[in-house]
Design a protein around this ligand. Structure first.
Ligand code: AMP
Ligand code: MG
Length: 482
């Protein structure tokens, strides 16, 4: 089993992590290897699916060149600071530089207890592992920065959650696992050297341009803020709800990370919450920009000692979040309805549509996808119209929209490139997980994964995957991945 490791985080001081091997499992069995991703990383997918490879993916065998460790980090969980979280159920095997020249972490999640496990068992259940596989790969196919899934294996052991569940290990691939909470870990210990070493490492790895700036740490902060603003705008534009935007789940690289009780919205409602542990709606769909900014303020606090004229620097840096987010979000909304040139009143048009959608509970994904057909030819308008209750108000809106569309060239094709037909709808995800967990039937998972790999390519044979849940299929909560 050859993985071309090239490790760098392990060269950081040894209080940044705890070195330990994954804990072997009883009977590893492959669920799936992500062949395309393996190839991109320079790993032979056939080796990964061999018994030797499966032993590696289960944590039963440490491959040559791996230097396994659990990373230290802290974090605000639902607003409460926890000075020591860390990888309680994951080990970083090492890093590889892919064919695209990008360095990525390879991590086993669910690989057994570590010094950071607190009272947890260090393991993951099959359902959450498959959810992370489906949703992270769907996000990647949608073009949204995200950690990826290289593989999933079952362990042949059970884990005890509210009930006995089959255990599994997910192999996660990430630009890095540096979180806002990683900075907080050192800042909370008044470890100024640690903060600086981590910042230097993050700059070198993710923001090399910042190193050349007049004030590298300020440039770093600005760059992280810009990437988060872009990321959250992208989430909102496809109806994604992360569910647990704690500072330890906020990646400094700008990738979506830590898929727990995440979900996509069906009917448009900005107050939508799925996570069963989010009682106050802190991480509701429409609250995500505010929370991201709050998380970034925690990062800025950690960097204060490194910044010149620091109070003002932090204020200016954080002040750039809202305009950046708004430009991305409103620009994205305009593109979703085919407005490719900038005109007076365009934002009113997008906002009025969202207002109608919210009032009538119109399905977010389906509305925008069907508007593509309506943009193609007025006859296509009939299908999207059925999603609205107040058809008079909708007709008034489409009247304005059609008038505006005459100023655009071929808007329908551009719209189809940004409005997915297929998202990991919650009821489909739950059904795929249930089949795997309750009946060891992985076919629905495989089928759904295939559909989600081409989210913008409509296919009439797959129409059921585009549809919102019927009342009895509706999923109200998803549970935390732990
Ligand atoms: P998460 O909710 O996955 O973002 O995890 C929050 C913290 O809890 C992290 O420090 C995790 O490593 C830790 N954690 C989550 N699940 C477990 C588990 N089953 N065993 C040990 N630690 C866990
Ligand atoms: Mg986490």
């Amino acid at each position: 089993m050859h993985i071309p490791f090239d490790n760098s985080y392990v060269r950081l001081p040894d209080h940044f992590y705890a070195r330990l091997d994954p804990t072997p499992v009883a009977a590893p069995k492959l669920v799936r290897v992500n062949t395309a991703l393996a190839e991109q990383l320079g790993i032979d997918p056939d080796e990964l699916t061999s018994p030797d490879g499966v032993a590696v993916l289960a944590g039963n065998r440490v491959p040559p060149g791996a230097e396994p460790m659990a990373l230290a980090y802290a974090g605000h969980q639902f607003g409460h600071f926890v000075p020591r979280l860390g990888d309680g159920r994951a080990v970083l095997l090492g890093e590889v530089v892919g064919r695209d020249g990008i360095r990525r972490d390879i991590q086993l999640k669910g690989s057994g207890p570590t010094p950071f496990s607190r009272r947890g068992d260090g393991r993951a259940a099959l359902g959450p592992v498959l959810r992370e596989y489906l949703v992270s790969e769907a996000m990647a196919a949608l073009g949204i920065p995200t950690t990826r899934t290289l593989a999933a294996v079952t362990t042949g052991q059970t884990v005890w959650r509210e009930t006995m569940l089959p255990g599994a290990v997910l192999t996660r691939v990430a630009a890095s696992h540096i979180r806002v909470g990683t900075f907080q870990y050192f800042a909370a210990r008044d470890d100024a050297d640690g903060v600086r070493q981590l910042a230097d490492y993050a700059i070198a790895r993710h923001y090399p341009n910042a190193a050349a700036a007049e004030q590298p740490y300020r440039a770093f902060l600005d760059a992280v803020i810009a990437r988060q603003a872009d990321l959250i705008a992208r989430w909102l534009l496809i109806g994604f709800i992360h569910g647990v935007m704690n500072t330890d789940n906020c990646s400094v690289s700008g990738e979506t990370i830590d898929y727990g009780p995440c979900a996509f919205m069906d009917a448009y409602d900005p107050t939508t919450v799925f996570s069963s542990i989010d009682h106050q709606g802190r991480y509701a769909y429409g609250n995500q920009p505010r929370v991201a900014l709050w998380n970034l303020a925690r990062l800025a606090e950690c960097l204060l000692p490194l910044l010149e004229d620091n109070e003002k620097a932090v204020q200016d840096a954080l002040g750039a979040f809202a305009p950046r987010f708004q430009a991305e979000y409103f620009g994205g909304l305009r593109r979703k309805i085919g407005l490719l040139t900038d005109r007076e009143g365009d934002d009113n048009l997008t906002q009025d549509l969202l207002k109608l959608m919210a009032e009538d509970g119109a399905d977010f994904t389906l509305t925008f996808r069907r508007l593509c057909d309506a943009a193609e030819a007025p006859v296509g308008n009939a299908a999207v119209r059925t999603l609205f209750k107040d058809t008079a108000a909708f007709d008034a809106w489409t009247g304005r929209w059609y008038a505006r569309l005459t100023l655009e060239v071929a808007p329908a094709a551009a719209m189809r490139a940004v409005n997915p037909a297929f998202i990991p709808r919650n009821h489909l995800v739950e059904a795929a997980l249930a089949a795997a967990v309750e009946r060891a039937d992985f076919q629905p998972f495989e089928d759904l994964l295939g559909v989600l790999s081409r989210p913008y390519h409509e296919n009439t044979a797959l129409e059921r995957y585009t549809m919102p849940p019927r009342d009895e299929e509706r999923v109200l909560h998803t549970f935390c991945g732990t």
